[in-house]
Every structure is written in structure tokens, then in C-alpha cells.
Design a protein. Structure first.
Length: 230
């Protein structure tokens, strides 16, 4: 799990740097944040600092930062980012990651999505997005489709990511990219995110299906079933 955890933390730090640059708090990165942590630190480690920051961010943008969402952890409350069984990074790994990548980054939505994808060794394909109406529901599978829609929503007026978009994603990399949409778009509600075992979406309106070629086969198949196309 260590390598997978490192991918998750690297992606989460890229997203955290994006939101901190967009809305600076001075309590996450930089000299003021370092001084605050030094007063609070005691016997805590860089791994603890990472988890504290991600818990805080996950509370501000629900579901966008926590390992619970990314790894679909069972038995973890929706307002808890990690859960009791989560194993954080080892001390040296966390310290090295913090030194290398903990910084604000005024990246565009596409740039931060690319950074999250790189952390998981994914390549996102560019895709044009058909216009989306303010009352239109979308059912999405595939990281490239998700990324293109997040970018589209970021440049559009009157759209609601949490209300209009449902994502079917099972691999952790795909789930983290989808969950990040809430933070990138400034939503105070989590991304509607299901895995390939989803039996029902709990939505009344028929959704337009958007599937990219890099969707996991089981996710693409489930999305098509739920959209009534298979």
C-alpha cells in the first residue's frame, strides 16, 4: 500500500497547493504555517502534518481530499477523511514529500488535474465537451471525461458540479481525480461518486452519458447500464 499511498498524498498535495494559491490562508504552507506548526508540533511528524492539513481541507471541501473517498474505505464516516485503520506515510517518505512538493501553485484547473494524473502515472486525453445545460444531469466514467468536464464547469456560468454530475469510478486514481472536482470548483458538497457495483443513482432525471476511452471497463459497463444503454 505504501506506493499507492504515496501517489495519493502527492496528488492531494498538488490539489492543496492549488486551493491555497487560489484562496491563501497562510496556515498551510510558508513561514507563517511553519511557525504555527512548530508551536503545535510536539512529538508529531511530517506525516501527521500532512494528515492534519488534508483533514482540514476535506472538511472545507467535503470528500475532495480524504483517503476515505479515494480508496472507498468501508466503515468510515462521511465526515472523516481517513478512518482508524488508515496507515499514513512513513516518516522519511512524508518528510521528503513535504520538502519536494508542499507549496502553493496558482495552476489552472487543467494544470492541477494533470498534476493529479501524473501522481498516479495517468495520461489525460484532451476532449471537447458538448454544451451542458444548467438543468442537465450527466453520468460520467473515465478520468479524461471527468477532467474535461471539470475544466468545462470551471469556465461556465450557472452550473452545479455536485448537483448535475455523477461519476462512476472504481480505481483510486480515477476516484481521486473525480473527487478533486469539488475543490477545484469551490463546491461545499462532495462529488457524487460511485463504484462499478452501484445499483442505483438515486436520481430521477435521465442523465446524459459521457464515457472516455480510459474508463475502467467495469465502470464504463456499469455507467451504460445505469444510463439505460445496455
Amino acid at each position: 500500500m505504501s506506493g499507492v499511498s504515496l501517489n495519493y498524498y502527492r496528488a492531494a498535495l498538488a490539489l492543496l497547493g492549488h486551493v491555497e494559491a487560489r484562496q491563501p490562508t497562510n496556515r498551510r504552507f510558508g513561514p507563517e504555517a511553519d511557525a504555527l506548526w512548530a508551536r503545535f508540533e510536539g512529538g508529531l511528524t511530517p506525516a501527521d502534518r500532512l494528515d492534519v492539513l488534508l483533514r482540514d481541507a476535506d472538511a472545507q471541501w467535503p470528500g475532495a481530499f480524504g483517503a476515505r473517498t479515494v480508496f472507498n474505505l468501508p466503515g468510515v464516516a462521511e465526515d472523516e477523511a481517513f478512518g482508524a485503520e488508515w496507515a499514513s506515510l512513513e516518516g522519511v517518505e512524508a518528510a521528503d514529500l513535504w520538502k519536494a512538493e508542499a507549496r502553493p501553485s496558482l495552476a489552472s484547473p487543467r494544470e492541477v488535474l494533470e498534476a493529479i494524473a501524473r501522481a498516479w502515472e495517468l495520461s489525460l486525453a484532451s476532449a471537447s465537451t458538448e454544451p451542458v445545460g444548467a438543468a442537465e444531469a450527466l453520468l460520467v466514467a473515465g478520468p479524461s471525461a471527468v477532467a474535461s468536464l471539470i475544466e468545462y464547469f470551471a469556465g461556465a456560468e450557472g452550473l452545479d458540479w455536485a448537483e448535475q454530475v455523477t461519476v462512476i469510478a472504481t480505481p483510486p486514481a480515477h476516484r481521486q481525480l473525480a473527487a478533486a472536482g469539488g475543490a477545484i470548483l469551490g463546491s461545499t458538497r462532495p462529488t457524487r461518486l460511485f463504484d462499478s457495483t452501484a445499483g442505483s443513482l438515486g436520481k430521477g432525471a435521465k442523465a446524459r452519458l459521457v464515457v472516455s476511452r480510459d474508463a475502467a471497463p467495469e465502470d464504463a459497463a456499469r455507467a451504460r447500464v445505469l444510463a439505460g444503454e445496455s
